[in-house]
Design a protein around this ligand. Structure first.
Ligand SMILES: Cc1ncc(COP(=O)(O)O)c(C=O)c1O
Length: 373
């Protein structure tokens, strides 16, 4: 029985009626840009993430870009990011003419290792962007300590981690701003591209982001600065509001499946396969991905084995950011970020979506076990 990496059809059934009605209503009102769905969704996410403000935007990438633009980041500035993550975190820094400063990850969490943070700081550092990868919050108490000590703002990349928690606080509740993505494969996914920037409590950053989202315009046709067209569509906000009501139960389903895998696969040889671990106090991993590490150069063979048995899987991410061709000008060499490079060689994510039934979980676990026996 094939098991896909993700199957959104069951989720869509749950909200089909509400979204169909919402679409009829939108067509009747013919109001598609920055309407009540966007403003209500912004309030709902701000409440969810425990922030004062939220601004709906066109993607997670634009959420990151707008946060850095609001801080005035540009040529000559540096922004510290992990090298093992999705491209956009470095892309937005470079797009603004600033320099991404890469750091290595903690191999047990895949998140930024704060121990190298202090040595990465310089007088040019204008922001630190930790990523909460795969649904797990980064070591925010340590990162915030270092950032606050040096007066550098923190912009969280919570694109994979809406609802993740650690040390009693939500993803998005730490830095001065945070980015969220509603790309369809996220735990809360739109019917296309969508994103959101939260602002912890700073009124002027909130006003700036709202203005930058509409070409720096305020009032209409008066442009104080050059912004972007970064608006969240009313249609996507309507879809996201319908789905947000189910997000907690979807998180619970993912956690249930992950817990089941961790128990069922615990007997496998840790020298050959490493399961994800979660040790953060007062925390919650929301498993946007359930990511294994396959040791001894066996990952490709493992993936081929899963593929032969119809088990969906993917590698997030096969190439570190410092090794991307577009960043060759930064002159980083192989071996400089050893944990990240090793993760890029070993990781593979397997199905963990909430609607998986017991038979599907058993099937995935059986196929994994059969590779190691
Ligand atoms: C960690 C991370 N950061 C940023 C992004 C960018 O989000 P989007 O694809 O919505 O632009 C993503 C989504 O793919 C992501 O996973």
């Amino acid at each position: 029985m094939p098991v896909p990496l993700l199957d959104l059809r069951a989720q869509n059934e749950l909200v089909r009626h509400e979204i169909a009605e919402g679409l009829q209503d939108l067509m009747n009102r013919s109001s598609f840009i920055l309407g009540s769905h966007v403003s209500e969704f912004e309030k709902e996410v701000a409440a969810y993430a425990h922030t004062k403000y939220a601004v709906g935007v066109s993607s997670g990438t634009d959420a990151q870009l707008l946060a850095l633009m609001a801080l005035g980041i540009g040529p000559g500035d540096e922004v510290i990011i992990p090298t093992f993550t999705f491209f956009s975190t470095a892309g937005v820094v470079a797009r603004l003419g600033a320099t991404p400063i890469f750091t290595d990850i903690d191999p047990s969490t895949f998140n930024m290792d704060p121990s190298s943070l202090s040595s990465s700081l310089s007088p040019k550092t204008k922001a630190i962007m930790p990523v909460h990868l795969f649904g797990q919050i980064a070591d925010m108490p340590t990162i915030m300590n270092i950032a606050n000590g040096s007066g550098v703002p923190v912009v969280e990349d919570a694109c994979q981690s809406m609802g993740a928690r650690g040390w009693g606080r939500e993803a998005g509740e730490w830095g001065s701003m945070s980015s969220f993505s509603f790309y369809p494969t996220k735990n809360l996914g739109a019917f296309g591209d969508a994103g959101l920037t939260t602002i912890l409590d700073d009124d002027s950053l909130f006003k700036k982001i709202k203005r930058l989202r509409v070409h720096g315009m305020e009032p209409v046709y008066v442009h104080h600065e050059v912004g972007i067209n970064g608006r969240l569509d009313e249609f996507q906000a309507m879809v996201l509001r319908a789905k947000l009501k189910h997000l907690e139960s979807w998180h619970e389903g993912r956690i249930r499946n992950a817990t089941w895998y961790l128990d069922r696969l615990a007997h496998l040889d840790a020298d050959r396969i490493e399961l994800p671990s979660f040790k953060i106090p007062q925390g919650r991993h929301i498993y946007n991905q359930f990511t294994l590490k396959i040791k001894n150069g066996q990952r490709d063979a493992f993936r081929a084995h899963l593929g032969t048995h119809g088990i969906g899987n993917a590698v997030y991410y096969p190439i570190c950011l410092h090794e991307q061709p577009c960043f060759a000008y930064l002159g980083k060499t192989q071996g400089q970020f050893a944990h990240s490079e090793q993760a890029a060689r070993e990781v593979v994510s397997i199905p963990v979506y909430p609607e998986m039934n017991h038979q599907q979980l058993e099937e995935v676990a059986d196929v994994i076990e059969s590779f190691f026996h």
